[in-house]
Design a binder for this molecule. Structure first.
Ligand code: PLP
Length: 388
């Protein structure tokens, strides 16, 4: 059976160039980067080259790049590390309602520790209003964290503008840029952020590795204690092969940013056009223009998202409902709820996220079978019958 993967926002395959770069570091060059002998030095050199590479892409200094165990860990470090290190300065944190759970759960943890968190609303298009941020800031606000690109709907926030509001008042600004990498040219000087989180497996690199940019001078405490790895921000022997793979993956997505954006935009545009023409009562979630090019989040009125996913799965097509982390629960997505989407419609939301290996034939195939699937599910749906 033909297999079509349209779930690149959940994870991506490791590119062969990335895998090849990693392989020698599992056996031939297996040294511990902290050892002072030749094996260790070789690993250390490779590790520092990877750091340089990442720093250069972000316009940061290599001493501001810290490798972690992925996007979740980078977000945890940013939120808990700075909030706990700056408790004397204040106890108030601001984030948004549509963040990834890595941010939201870190904030909930801080609330249990006695800090206070404001969750900014978004409009029906998924955007945070800078005026709301201004209003939420208090004398004791120490950190603002707003995601760059939302993983469920693909919406891009006005990070430069939001960051300026915080920085003008001397407040740290963190952004979860996991979904922005490889889609947007990220420059930490231009954005002026203090911290920025990244992940390997969303950019055709390995899972379980990521990085965080931490601007020089930011007061932060580590989450894990031990040796002096990663300049004492993250104790534990570095996962050298994964880090090298991450840096290579970032280098490649960055190099191909324009051509891939164009390719993936062509695919989603053609896909959306075909569906609009063939499926009535379809709703696109999120602003049509302020989005990354590969992601579409759609609801088909009267149809359960899970049913569409399973029907597509039997035909070899992989898509997601909301975010992968919340599927399996029947609660509507917190992102779509925050956007004010009717729960019955939100239940039917499906995320299509295209990738570099998808083709126009994939678009034709999925757009060809989807109308029939939706029609069949609607014919047995009491929800839809009532509407007609
Ligand atoms: C995937 C994702 C994360 C988590 O990254 P992991 O490397 O899977 O831990 C965090 N934030 C966003 C926006 C994501 O899409």
């Amino acid at each position: 059976m033909r297999k079509i993967y349209l779930d690149h926002a959940a994870t991506t395959p490791v590119r062969s160039e990335v895998l090849e770069t990693m392989l020698p570091y599992f056996n031939e060059k297996f040294g511990n980067a902290s050892s002072i002998h030749g094996f260790g030095r070789d690993a250390k050199v490779a590790l520092e080259e990877a750091r340089e590479k990442v720093a250069k892409i972000l316009d940061a200094s290599s001493s501001e790049i810290f490798f972690t165990g992925g996007g979740t860990e980078s977000d945890n470090l940013a939120i808990k590390g700075t909030a706990l290190a700056n408790r004397k300065k204040g106890k108030h944190v601001i984030t948004s309602k549509i963040e990834h759970h890595a941010i939201l759960e870190s904030c909930k943890f801080l609330e249990k520790e006695g800090l206070e968190v404001s969750y900014l609303p978004v409009d029906s298009k998924g955007l945070v209003d800078p005026e709301d941020l201004k209003k939420a800031i208090r004398g004791d606000t120490i950190l603002v964290s707003i995601m760059y690109v939302n993983n469920e709907v693909g919406i891009i926030q006005p990070i430069e503008e939001l960051c300026k509001i915080a920085k003008d008042r001397g407040i740290y600004f963190h952004t979860d840029a996991v979904q922005a990498m490889g889609k947007i040219a990220v420059d930490v000087q231009k954005l002026n952020v203090d911290m920025l989180a990244m992940s390997g497996h969303k950019i055709y690199g390995p899972k379980g590795v990521g990085a965080i940019y931490i601007r020089k001078g930011v007061r932060i405490i580590p989450l894990s204690h031990g040796g002096q790895h990663e300049r004492s921000r993250r104790a534990g022997t570095e996962n050298v092969p994964a880090i090298i793979g991450f840096a290579k993956a970032l280098e490649l997505v960055n190099k191909e940013l324009e051509s891939q954006n164009k390719h993936q935009k062509n695919l989603t545009k053609a896909f959306y056009k075909r569906l609009i023409e063939s499926i009535p009562h379809m709703i696109l979630h999120g602003d049509l223009n302020r989005r990354i090019p590969n992601t579409l989040n759609l609801s088909f009125k009267g149809v359960e998202g899970e049913s569409v996913i399973l029907s597509l799965d039997t035909k070899g097509v992989a898509v997601a409902s909301g975010s992968a982390c919340t599927s399996g629960t029947l609660e509507p997505s917190h992102v779509l709820s925050a956007m004010g989407i009717d729960p019955a419609i939100a239940q039917g939301a499906i995320r299509f996220s295209f990738g570099r290996d998808n083709t126009m034939q994939d678009v034709e195939y999925v757009a060809g079978i989807l109308p029939e699937i939706v029609q069949r599910l609607r014919s047995i749906s009491p929800l839809y019958a009532k509407k007609e």
